[in-house]
Design a protein around this ligand. Structure first.
Ligand code: PLP
Length: 373
């Protein structure tokens, strides 16, 4: 069976460097907050082009920490795309606030900015919730339309929190993902564009005060030190071992992996144009291709292609099977399905094909032959 995201080949290529990086942490026994964590944070901030990077335990915690710092709470509305991974909405509810789901654009899969503005106006008119923030997601590696989102957010005085869990490495006219909005988060879950060997996450911001607050919140609301506690926080750190691994992987990501996935998407596009709907990348945008997601005509065709690929030993995934507004966990919100026409359709017709920097041209050809079949 072909790999959907081949982490084994990557490890074999970098085995020596990764093994010795891990060994060094073991030898120094500095498992929490070692020098590797600080070095990684500096390298990540430099790559993204922001002043501060604060690592934490995972991408879900990263979202929670930023909203804790902004004091987002019961009575607040936070606007979230309907087509995303559960965490994005989950953390809004975890803070006691209300996620307001917004339909997405059919071509980019990202939050529909016209519908975002309408949802904000509607929330203001209803007068039950206070609009506080919007969390755009860089779905499948493509940055959301920050130009328009930041304009709308300014008009309604909302925070913008970029959920860059899948977006790390992308850019808009050279401005890198995780540098948009008031703060951005990412995830180092193994299958993300930049993954570690367990859970990990990070927050990015240019706001000095926010950065200082986040550094306190992630370590039990620490003041002068861990035993001086000035506020209620959480325990959310990136392990030194994971930071050591990520330092090796960040270099590979910058040196060739990001370029490789962008070459592979061109190979796919050449072969699949006219056969299925291929991913759309707007002018000036660059995707990190966390996923290569095609669209079929209907659910029957999509499920049929997935079954056929499977027969040929080719893995594929459906991101996502269910819109956020249909998740049972959000049933109390009583969202109306008619407001999510595009997301409802996408959940029936999308299919993500194998995508990673080590996918061979032969494998791409094999996959496309089956798709053409
Ligand atoms: C993976 C993901 C997260 C959560 O990251 P974890 O590190 O798994 O907690 C949040 N948002 C999106 C869009 C994701 O894809």
């Amino acid at each position: 069976m072909m790999e959907f995201r081949d982490l084994k080949t990557q490890y074999q290529k970098y085995k020596q460097e990764i093994d010795s990086a891990i060994q060094e942490v073991l030898t120094k026994a500095n498992f929490i907050g070692g020098t590797e964590v600080k070095e990684l944070e500096e390298q990540l901030a430099e790559f993204v082009g922001v002043n501060h990077c604060i690592t934490c335990a995972n991408g879900t915690d990263a979202l929670n920490l930023v909203m804790m710092a902004w004091d987002i709470k019961a009575g607040d509305a936070v606007f979230v795309p309907d087509f995303t991974f559960f965490s994005t909405g989950e953390m809004v509810s975890f803070r006691g606030a209300t996620p307001v789901f917004v339909d997405v654009d059919r071509e980019t899969f990202n939050i529909d900015t016209a519908k975002l503005e309408r949802a904000i106006r509607k929330t203001v008119e209803e007068g039950k919730l206070t609009p506080k923030a919007v969390i755009p997601v860089d779905l499948f590696g493509l940055p959301a339309d920050y130009h328009e989102i930041e304009r709308i957010a300014k008009k309604f005085n909302l925070f913008v929190l970029e959920d860059g869990a899948q977006g790390f490495g992308g850019n808009i006219n050279g401005k890198r993902a995780c540098s948009f909005g008031d703060a951005a988060t990412t995830s180092f879950f193994p299958a993300k564009p930049l993954g570690c060997y367990g859970d990990g996450g990070a927050i990015f911001t240019n706001d000095d005060e926010l950065a200082a607050l986040l550094k306190s919140l992630k370590i039990h609301g620490k003041g002068e030190n861990k035993y001086d506690n000035v506020r209620i926080g959480v325990n959310s750190r990136l392990d030194t071992v994971q930071a050591a691994i990520l330092k090796v992987k960040l270099k590979a990501f910058i040196d060739h992996e990001l370029k490789a996935v962008n070459q592979i998407q061109h190979l796919y596009n050449e072969k699949l144009t006219g056969i299925v709907e291929i991913p759309f990348i707007p002018d000036g945008y660059y995707s990190s291709f966390a996923q290569y997601t095609i669209k079929l005509k209907n659910k029957e065709q999509r499920d049929g292609l997935q079954a056929k690929l499977n027969e040929h030993g080719i893995p594929s995934m459906i991101y996502y099977l269910k819109p956020m507004h249909k998740q049972e966990a959000f049933s109390n919100l009583e969202a109306e399905s008619k407001d999510f026409e595009i997301t409802n359709e996408l959940c029936d017709i999308v299919l993500s094909l194998p995508m990673h920097p080590y996918l061979s041209e032969d494998d791409v050809n094999r996959i496309c032959e089956v798709a053409k079949g």
